[in-house]
Design a protein around this ligand. Structure first.
Ligand SMILES: NC(=O)c1ccc[n+]([C@@H]2O[C@H](COP(=O)([O-])OP(=O)(O)OC[C@H]3O[C@@H](n4cnc5c(N)ncnc54)[C@H](OP(=O)(O)O)[C@@H]3O)[C@@H](O)[C@H]2O)c1
Length: 332
């Protein structure tokens, strides 16, 4: 039964793919008001049951069809990118709102099909892109409005992780892996968020024996500036992010995709330190935003717009295809 106060209406979630991201989603959901985890479906039944036990999920579904038919408002898609499109399409067709992990699809074409389905079925779709919802990121935006450095014209960001185990999903082309797909979405977001729509991409890099990018350096040109971005699976760095403007620059300190601390340096010599910790693992902020959009009857996030997700998909596809990375299922 619907709560008489729409602001307090309980949002019931179903989870597809009870892995690492889904565990952080469940942790975050505990800090989201009026939201509950009602059902889970996993390819491997034991893992789905273990997840249900760990996070007190009342219903374990035997199939994706059962999950999308369950008594839930929204589905959180946390499988690998090779299955995002298929699961999102089924969930939307069943009348569920969908929040899908990044990258939202293997390529732009798949994402367009998802967005068309969301539109056709009148359901909310949002890519789970967490940084802009973190308290630090919000604070930084507010701060720069109050004490501006001028328009940001250059963004630099990167992250390489050589500590991932050999069976980690990003090492596999058939799962939609590679550094560009795994780490790149955050960098694509940062560049598009500060510099506007994409104009072109230049890429250098090298492939792993499995055919995914082991290292990629990509430069992007946008309507309002340029970015220099990198990702890697065989080198180690936990970079900060740099935003440069005419009257100052910002460093979002490591790990900038889970932002906690930023330094703003002004042309007049002032330095301002911002510090905003996050709670509950950090997925709670985007999930709360999504729940509020459902309650408000909105079909698109004003923060992670469909156009922004398309821009991210286009940027990632351009960066990896320039290196020769193609995925088995992406043309279907
Ligand atoms: N926002 C963030 O901070 C964040 C962090 C990590 C990951 N992610 C994103 O989350 C997604 C999942 O990554 P992860 O690290 O959580 O992966 P993971 O730990 O390997 O979990 C993936 C889940 O998907 C299931 N799965 C895999 N292939 C499937 C298929 N063909 N059909 C049905 N289910 C399938 C797995 O089932 P099995 O147990 O049977 O293998 C597992 O439950 C990726 O898109 C990744 O980019 C986001």
């Amino acid at each position: 039964m619907l709560h008489p106060d729409p602001e307090l209406r309980q949002i019931r979630w179903g989870v597809a793919g009870p892995g690492r991201a889904a565990a952080r989603f469940a942790q975050g959901l505990q800090a989201v008001p009026a939201a509950s985890l009602s059902a889970v479906w996993g390819r491997t039944a034991e893992r789905a049951h273990a997840y249900a036990q760990r996070f007190s999920v009342p219903q374990v579904c035997d199939s994706l069809s059962q999950l999308v038919a369950a008594d839930v408002d929204a589905i959180y898609v946390a499988t690998h990118p090779d299955t995002h499109a298929e699961i999102c399409l089924q969930a939307l067709a069943a009348g569920k709102h969908v929040m899908c992990e990044k990258p939202s699809a293997l390529n732009e074409q798949q994402l367009r099909r998802i967005l068309e389905a969301a539109h056709r079925h009148g359901r909310l779709f949002m890519e789970a892109m967490k940084p802009p919802f973190f308290p630090l990121y919000r604070k930084l935006r507010e701060y720069l409005q109050a004490d501006p450095i001028g328009p940001v014209g250059f963004v630099r960001a990167g992250h390489c992780d050589s500590t991932l185990a050999p069976d980690y999903p990003l090492h596999f082309a058939e799962l939609g892996g590679g550094g560009v797909m795994g780490i790149g979405p955050y960098e694509a977001f940062l560049a598009l968020d500060w510099l506007g729509p994409l104009r072109r991409v230049q890429t250098m890099g090298r492939l792993s024996p499995a055919g995914v990018d082991a290292f990629a350096l990509f430069q992007t040109e946008h309507e309002r500036g340029m970015a220099q971005l990198h990702t890697g699976l065989d080198l180690l760095s936990r970079g900060d992010a740099l935003l440069c403007a005419p009257r100052g620059y910002v460093t979002i300190h490591e790990n900038w995709w889970n932002p906690v601390r930023a330094t703003v340096r002004y042309i007049d010599g002032r330095t301002v330190e911002l510090h905003e910790p996050f709670v509950a693992g950090g997925f709670n902020y985007e999930t709360d935003h999504f729940c509020q959009l459902i309650r408000g009857g909105q079909l698109e996030s004003p923060e992670i717009t469909h156009a922004l997700s398309l821009g991210m998909a286009r940027l990632l596809e351009a960066a990896r295809t320039a290196l020769g990375v193609r995925f088995p299922g992406e043309d279907t």
